[in-house]
Write a protein that binds this ligand. Structure first.
Ligand SMILES: C[S@@+](CC[C@H](N)C(=O)[O-])C[C@H]1O[C@@H](n2cnc3c(N)ncnc32)[C@H](O)[C@@H]1O
Length: 445
């Protein structure tokens, strides 16, 4: 069902010159009436920037489309939409590839930190912050006058504190913790924009992983790579070398319709003046009701480290999907492969940046190639790696190479079609070809 929840913009913050309908699949429409009782930011449409780690925006775009949310624009590190702070609540609870959900309060021109101070002080912070509230300031600044964003953050903080002291005679507390309300400044060249960061702590960590293990994938990255495999969320998903289990757990969460908001109780939006928890609670209840444990899944995760499997199993328990994953302690080549007409087998081996030594890894990558070719017919094979020389040792022709970053390491997700008689790469160099069109995130304009 598509419901129109558009609200007329009065231009209060000079932000909504392009009010359009935000059509949604019935996530927050149920309580339009209560919006009016809340801070009017909860009913006022504005620009929403949803940030993500570099190269994740195609997957963030895909999940937003699955949630039925219209996107105005996408760029390398995020997407733009229109909506209210009330709209930000279910997005914070549900989005898996996102980092921060930023709601625009105002845009202005700035050539000096004093311009930022003056513009920020004009905003009615006494209507935004709770009397006993705590806030912090973050920023993304690229301006020749600034070589330390701490200074800019301090100017923003001073403007907010001075505004509230002048209007109410009280002084809100502030610091660096993201546990309270977070205010975000974007300032590039002469253009500045001030946001409520409705998330606070990054959404890219999904809250269930208590024991990280060695070289774990960030949850938002693991989720995005799973979307990139095109896994149908029902056929077998096999993850040898699972480490802390992030990929298997994210696959189980996706297939059983469990969202990260089930594992988190504090967001920045909860610290806004006039915040009413009804909407958050209702969103949570909807998520709980949507969990589908009836699905018949074959998710297999293995590692040759018993400690890793112990951690992965505890992490899966915390995520509520322990019973959906079969864990095995074994060499990857002994991982059981269910007979199937189609399935995904996903390796994230060490690639010599943080773990492992190259000669040992060379042999390991060659064995991964043998295993994919000889044991995984009818599956689509995926190898996520940041060492393309090692990937050549797999000696299979990748059908696609999809670009990602793991922290700052340039990585690829290599895709191999493994039907019987899978082509062995003997002479060609599989990683010389450029990524296919559509495999690379578009640059921001
Ligand atoms: C890069 S880590 C995987 C990280 C994982 N994706 C996560 O998010 O935690 C690679 C894992 O491969 C395991 N491993 C290394 N050699 C192996 C082998 N021959 N058989 C099975 N597992 C192996 C290591 O114990 C390690 O946990």
């Amino acid at each position: 069902m598509h419901v129109d929840i558009s609200v007329d913009c009065s231009g209060h913050f000079g932000c909504c010159t392009r009010c359009v309908t935000w059509r949604r699949k019935g996530i927050v429409h149920f309580l339009l009436a209560i919006f009016t009782a809340m801070n009017d930011l909860f009913t006022r449409k504005s620009r929403i920037i949803i940030t993500c780690n570099s190269r994740l925006s195609p997957w963030l775009t895909q999940e937003m489309m699955e949630l039925g949310i219209e996107i105005e624009r996408s760029f390398l590190t995020g997407v733009e939409a229109l909506g209210t702070l009330a709209d930000c609540i279910p997005l914070n609870l549900r989005l898996r590839a996102a980092s921060q959900i930023l709601y625009s309060l105002d845009t202005f021109q700035a050539e000096h930190p004093d311009d930022v101070y003056e513009a920020v002080k004009k905003i009615a912070w006494e209507d935004i912050l709770k009397d006993d509230g705590f806030f912090s300031v973050t920023s993304n600044v690229q301006h020749p006058t600034i070589n330390n964003t701490m200074f800019t953050n301090l100017r923003v903080k001073d403007a907010i504190v001075d505004r509230i002291r002048d209007s109410k005679g009280t002084r809100p507390s502030s610091g660096s913790s993201a546990q309270g309300l977070v205010v975000h400044l974007f300032w590039k060249d002469g253009d500045a924009e001030i946001f409520i960061d409705s998330s606070g702590e990054s959404l890219a960590r999904h809250g269930y992983r208590k024991i990280p293990g060695k070289a774990p994938m960030l949850e938002a990255l693991a989720f995005s790579t799973i979307l990139a495999t095109g896994w149908d969320r029902r056929s077998p998903f096999v993850n040898p070398m699972c480490g802390s289990g992030t990929l298997a757990i994210e696959a189980a969460l996706l297939a059983t319709n469990r969202y990260p908001g089930l594992f988190r109780n504090n967001y920045s939006f909860m610290h806004l003046r006039g915040y009413d928890d009804t909407l958050h609670q209702k969103s949570r209840e909807e998520m709980e009701a949507a969990v589908n444990d009836q699905v018949d899944l074959q998710i297999i995760a293995s590692d040759n480290s018993s400690g890793a499997i112990e951690n992965a199993s505890l992490n899966a328990l915390a995520a509520g999907v322990r019973k959906k994953i079969r864990f095995e302690v074994c060499d990857f080549a002994a991982t059981p492969i269910p007979a199937t007409e189609k399935g995904v087998i996903f390796f994230n081996p060490e690639y010599g940046e943080r773990l492992g030594e190259i000669p040992e890894l060379t042999e390991k990558y060659a064995r991964i190639g043998d295993y994919l070719k000889n044991k995984c017919q009818n599956y689509t094979g995926f190898v996520f790696s940041g060492n393309f020389d090692l990937v050549k040792k797999i000696r299979l022709n990748p059908a696609r190479k999809i670009e990602f970053y793991n922290a700052r390491i340039d990585c690829r997700l290599f895709r191999y079609e493994l039907y019987s008689g899978s082509r062995r790469k003997d002479r060609q160099d599989p990683v010389q070809a450029e990524p296919e069109s559509g495999d690379v995130a578009s640059d921001p304009s």
